[in-house]
Design a protein around this ligand. Structure first.
Ligand SMILES: Nc1nc2c(c(=O)[nH]1)N[C@H]1C(S)=C(S)[C@@H](COP(=O)(O)OP(=O)(O)OC[C@H]3O[C@@H](n4cnc5c(=O)[nH]c(N)nc54)[C@H](O)[C@@H]3O)O[C@H]1N2
Ligand SMILES: Nc1nc2c(c(=O)[nH]1)N[C@H]1C(S)=C(S)[C@@H](COP(=O)(O)OP(=O)(O)OC[C@H]3O[C@@H](n4cnc5c(=O)[nH]c(N)nc54)[C@H](O)[C@@H]3O)O[C@H]1N2
Ligand SMILES: [Mo]
Length: 755
């Protein structure tokens, strides 16, 4: 159970299948929710039920079978757990004592049950009624010299209704300080794609997987982090569609996968190989790979082949020539060196792309979390433009979002850099003048805490302090604040690293029913493919003292803004009234929201590039040039390794479900470093050596993590991987993509300093 010495044994079975079925049963048993959990699972992702709280991958329409996955079941079981964190629990433990416990232990204590306030005199959290909690928030916010001294974080499990009201409340309060979990996640998509295709979202819908002639999956561990995507990939493979997987880790689910829904395959212990081409890329090598593929295409086109969709290029795009000249100028030895992929394999990938008349490129954190992640997403678009892979079935760009409503939260206003047109709309609909200056994203909000400008932090969901970079410095920054507020479901580190005043406000979770004076309410979410659907919890709330997120936002707003122009009380009971306001602020996307959402499968938000409409300043799809082959600044240190911080199969972000990572063959510890055997030998390390890792940086700050066990693992030379959030102390706050502010969590330059 605990974090001891890891045991390692390569996992030889297919991912999914009976292993996943057995793991699901075990989790339900451990959380003592077999009957309740199974009942809830039956309602998950079914019309009339609730949306899986785990990932943002859409679920198939009108499906006949249960569409849930092991990790969805895990998220649900840990939410529906029978364990409770009560006032007696807080009476028993000081905050300092709790701080000594692991993230796993904190998670296992169960659901929060009532609002609590930190008492500095005793170092305990003590009960605090809701009215006093809101009064405290109101008095802190009203006491600030400037609204910009407060930071309003959102995590992507928050539904549209709460996020929308939160964005209105904060803007009426007077700031655009909206640090968001997506600032650490797909912000390179939100900032990188608009100049290229006019929107910061994917253009693919689930049906496209059924029409694609080739699928690329870059930097995403789908079997673990979006398991429902495996169904789409399995079906594509069964149709003979080539799947190119680009990843420095040979993630098990891409090698062989058994679909738990496939009765025959389950009964016969069969499985499907997923990756037809596994590209074992070096960390940060994707730019070189993409340019290599484009170079092949341009060379062959120059030799007379008709590969490029000239009609599409002529009618819809601008800028191809510069991209062509740049790709042709790259030398093969450099492309091969930086990507770590042979010329022969890059040519094979190009051939797959060339032969396909409809290609989908999916990508995850392996693409976004680099120093120039935003520009890298643009190169993915460049490649797709060449064959006109937009506006036709089976083709497009498909960023795989993380949290179940992270995309929705941003659509309904969680944005530190809102457009002036949107702000005008808010003014017209709500009758107050919103602030025009840009606010803080996540990294800037931590910097504001560090330099003392920020005084109040409110977290609508999430575990901010554990998710952000530079753990030690971020903890210190958080502790300087006058007030921290955590609006959450489960105990986490963010409750323990707090300001002088601190509140824990427990909420009704996704799987639980929301009943107000106006009757039962539902919430809505937007998945990774822009489908908006309703979600109705079926379980009773974990405690009678929980409030829905919507009510918490309304009451915070009322407490902070006594003279508010917004009728906050009217939204507490009737969520249709909120949806009507969303429709007013976003008429193009959301008109008729309350009606449309009645359809059992919800509705799809318009994504203009699907219609070959480009909402860019020049009205075109833009090829954007990114010179060179590196997405990360070079580091001149002979012992340098590039570290990717990744998720295990048994965690949801900062929530740790166990110390095992089944598909990567690791048991009992998360303090491991996956390393190529030759990199280990070169450093004179014994197998399973215990080492200290240090960040290579020039800012004079020493960043080290001790006690990591080196595991021989099929990593490319020079690339290592370990787990987030344990390795976040190694990630400098300043080490991020300057366009999006997203920390480069997949390419930290490190060296081994001690064993
Ligand atoms: N069960 C579960 N589901 C989740 C989550 C969870 O923690 N648990 N988290 C949710 C969230 S918020 C998100 S954002 C997503 C995250 O889902 P993913 O995007 O899959 O996130 P990671 O596990 O961080 O790593 C992605 C993959 O990138 C690879 N990689 C690392 N560096 C590179 C590189 O330079 N190039 C390429 N091509 N690949 C690279 C890693 O080997 C890994 O397989 O999942 C969501 N779903
Ligand atoms: N080094 C490194 N750092 C990373 C990453 C990485 O790959 N490497 N990934 C980044 C990414 S992609 C992301 S998205 C962030 C994640 O950052 P966050 O979204 O802040 O973190 P989570 O761990 O998802 O938050 C978990 C907490 O959310 C609360 N919660 C759960 N359900 C609900 C709910 O329904 N409502 C409310 N109000 N609260 C709820 C619970 O109390 C739980 O403890 O981390 C980022 N940090
Ligand atoms: Mo994420």
């Amino acid at each position: 159970m605990a974090d001891g010495k890891p045991r390692f044994k390569a996992y030889e079975q297919p991912a999914g299948g009976w292993g996943a079925a057995a793991a699901t049963a075990k989790i339900l048993l451990e959380q003592s929710v077999v009957a309740k959990g199974s009942r809830a699972l039956l309602a998950m992702n079914q019309p009339g039920g609730f949306k899986c709280p785990s990932c943002a991958f859409p679920d198939a329409e009108c499906k006949k079978t249960l569409d849930f996955c092991e990790n969805g079941a895990k998220a649900l079981a840990f939410e529906a757990t029978k364990f409770r964190v009560t006032r007696e629990f807080f009476e028993k433990h000081t905050v300092s004592e709790l701080m000594e416990q692991s993230d796993y232990w904190l998670e296992m204590q169960g659901r929060l049950t009532e609002p609590m306030r930190y008492d500095a005199g005793t170092d305990h959290y003590v009960p605090c009624d809701w009215d006093s909690a809101f009064a405290l928030i109101g008095s802190h916010l009203r006491a600030l010299e400037s609204p910009h001294q407060a930071e309003f974080y959102t995590s992507g499990r928050t539904p549209n209704e709460a996020a929308f009201l939160y964005s209105i409340f904060v803007r009426e309060f007077g700031t655009n300080n909206f640090p968001d979990c997506s600032n650490m996640c797909h912000e390179p998509t939100s900032r990188g794609l608009p100049p290229a295709i006019g929107v910061g979202k994917g253009t693919v819908i689930l049906e496209d997987f059924a029409h694609a002639e080739a699928i690329f999956v870059m930097g995403h561990n789908s079997g673990t982090n979006a398991p429902r995507m495996m169904t789409a990939l399995v079906e594509a493979r069964k149709r003979g569609v080539p799947i190119v997987v680009v990843n420095p880790m040979p993630e098990r689910a891409f090698i062989r996968f058994t679909e738990p829904q496939d009765i025959v395959q389950m009964a016969t212990f069969g499985s499907t190989p997923i990756a037809s081409e596994f590209v074992h890329i070096r960390i940060g090598g994707d730019l070189a790979l993409l340019k290599g593929i484009m170079k092949v295409i341009f060379e062959r086109e120059a030799q007379g082949e008709k590969i490029i969709d000239q009609d599409f290029i002529q009618q819809h795009t601008v800028g191809m020539d510069a991209v062509r000249d740049d790709a042709l100028a790259q030398a093969w030895p450099e492309i091969v060196r930086v990507s770590g992929v042979s010329e022969e394999q890059i040519r094979r990938c190009a051939e797959i792309y060339i032969r396909s008349c409809a290609t989908v490129i999916c990508y995850g954190m392996g693409v976004t979390q680099h120093q120039q992640g935003s520009k890298l997403t643009q190169q993915v678009a460049n490649l797709l433009f060449l064959k006109g892979n937009f506006g036709r079935p089976g083709a497009g760009i498909s960023p795989i979002r993380g949290h179940s409503n992270v995309q929705g939260d941003r659509t309904v206003g969680i944005d530190e850099k809102p457009s002036q047109a949107y702000l005008d709309r808010v003014r017209d609909v709500f009758g107050f003048e919103p602030p025009r200056a840009h606010g803080h994203h996540t990294v800037e909000s931590v910097a504001a805490m560090q330099d003392g400008t920020a005084k109040v932090f409110i977290g609508l969901g999430g575990n901010f302090v554990r998710a952000v970079p530079d753990t030690d410095r971020s903890y210190a920054a958080m502790r300087k604040l006058a007030l921290t507020v955590a609006i959450t479901t489960k105990l986490n580190r963010g409750h323990l690293v707090h300001g002088r005043d601190a509140l824990i406000l427990p909420v009704i979770a996704r799987s639980e029913a929301i009943r107000t004076a106006a009757g039962e309410q539902f919430i809505t979410i937007e998945d990774s493919m822009s489908n908006v659907t309703a979600s109705r919890g079926v379980l009773p709330p974990a405690s009678p003292d929980l409030l829905p997120e919507v009510e918490i936002v309304c009451r915070m707003a009322r407490a902070a803004l006594p003279g508010s122009k917004v009728p906050w009380e009217s939204y507490i009971d009737d969520y249709d009234a909120i949806r009507d306001k969303i429709a007013e602020v976003y008429p193009a996307l959301y008109s008729g929201f309350s009606e449309k959402i009645k359809s059992p499968n919800g509705f799809h938000l318009d994504v203009a590039p699907r219609r070959l409409v480009w909402l860019t300043p020049n009205g075109k799809a833009n090829f954007l040039l990114f010179p060179g082959l590196d997405v990360n600044a070079p580091v001149s240190d002979p012992g340098m390794l590039r570290l990717a911080t990744v998720r295990s199969h048994d965690q949801f972000n900062t929530t740790i479900y166990s110390f095992n990572d089944r598909y990567r063959g690791v048991r009992d510890s998360r303090m491991v470093l996956f390393m190529n055997v030759d990199d280990r030998i070169e450093r004179g390390l014994e197998p399973n050596a215990s080492i200290t890792l240090e960040t290579i940086s020039s800012d004079g700050v020493e960043r080290r993590v001790e006690g990591l066990t080196v595991l021989d693992y099929p990593m490319p030379r020079g690339s290592v991987a370990g787990y987030y959030p344990e390795l976040n102390p190694l990630l400098p706050l300043e080490y991020h993509d300057k366009i999006s502010g997203t920390p480069a969590a997949k390419s930290i330059p490190v060296r081994v300093v001690g064993s």
